[in-house]
Design a protein around this ligand. Structure first.
Ligand SMILES: [Zn+2]
Length: 263
């Protein structure tokens, strides 16, 4: 498996730490995602199982429990299935000390999800949204109707070009607009939208504490979508929430995979 990182760099310029679907993204054949859990990930649950069998009884704080719960949650909402298979096109689900990331949509090889040992459930659920093909909602080309990017971030977007430093690498990856092939109405409630506050992203620069402000249209869209989260805690009832799959996230997934009715 040592060749994966090299192949990824060569093949996957769009891999993101990354509810809309980019033009370049491919759906999973037969709406089925083969996955493989690495031994270090399974070890977090202290299980002898080789896959998600029995996950509901594993310690809820373990990374393996959260990963399996996230796959089950997406299946329940979208109908896209996850099956345990170790194949060349399987999603390799790894523990990773440095970052929680995922590749986007189906790739013939190199699909992966990386989970930091302490990652919270919402972040993991977000990464599996990428696995299923979802892009970041705030990267839609129509975002300017709904949010105003803060000047410091806009300056980065305008000037980073090919500069290689941690901030520019991040900005190029997670913030430019992207051409989409499939979108809902702009969804401030999407699990795939970023929070306005990105603290502690790039700790040396406090301006990351606010990266955008909703426009009047954005506020109206937020007000219209938030009732679906009425029973969730306050931190979940705002743009950029990392708690739950939104109605539109699930609907786009079903459309992308030809599953128009929830199964
Ligand atoms: Zn993301």
């Amino acid at each position: 498996m040592k060749i994966w990182p090299v192949l990824l760099i060569l093949l996957l310029p769009s891999a993101t730490d990354a509810a809309s679907v980019m033009k370049s993204t491919r759906p999973w054949p037969n709406a089925t995602v083969p996955y493989h859990l690495t031994p270090d990930l399974l070890k977090t649950a202290g299980t002898k199982s080789k896959d998600c069998t029995g996950w509901a009884k594993w310690p809820a704080a373990s990374a393996a429990h959260k990963v399996c719960k996230a796959m089950d949650d997406w299946y329940q909402r979208s109908g896209v299935r996850f099956i345990a298979r170790d194949r060349i096109d399987s999603v390799q689900i790894n523990l990773n000390r440095n970052a929680t990331t995922a590749t986007v949509g189906y790739l013939p090889i190199g699909n992966q999800v990386n989970i930091q040992p302490g990652a919270n459930y919402g972040s993991i659920l977000h990464e599996f949204g990428h696995t299923l093909g979802l892009a970041h909602e705030h990267q839609r080309t129509d975002r300017a109707n709904f949010l105003t990017i803060e000047p410091f971030l806009q300056t980065h977007l305008d000037t980073c070009g090919l500069k290689f430093d941690p901030v520019c690498n991040d900005v190029r990856n997670a913030f430019p607009t992207k051409a989409m092939r499939l979108t809902s109405d702009y969804d401030p409630c999407s699990l795939m939208h970023y929070l306005a506050s990105q603290t502690p992203r790039h700790k040396e620069d406090p301006r990351w504490g606010r990266i955008f402000t909703l426009t009047a249209k954005g506020k109206a869209a937020e007000k219209a979508c938030l009732p679906q989260f009425a029973n969730l805690p306050p931190r979940c009832r705002k743009v950029g929430q990392k708690c739950a799959i939104s109605i539109q996230d699930a609907a786009i997934e079903r459309r992308f995979h030809g599953l128009d009715q929830p199964s």
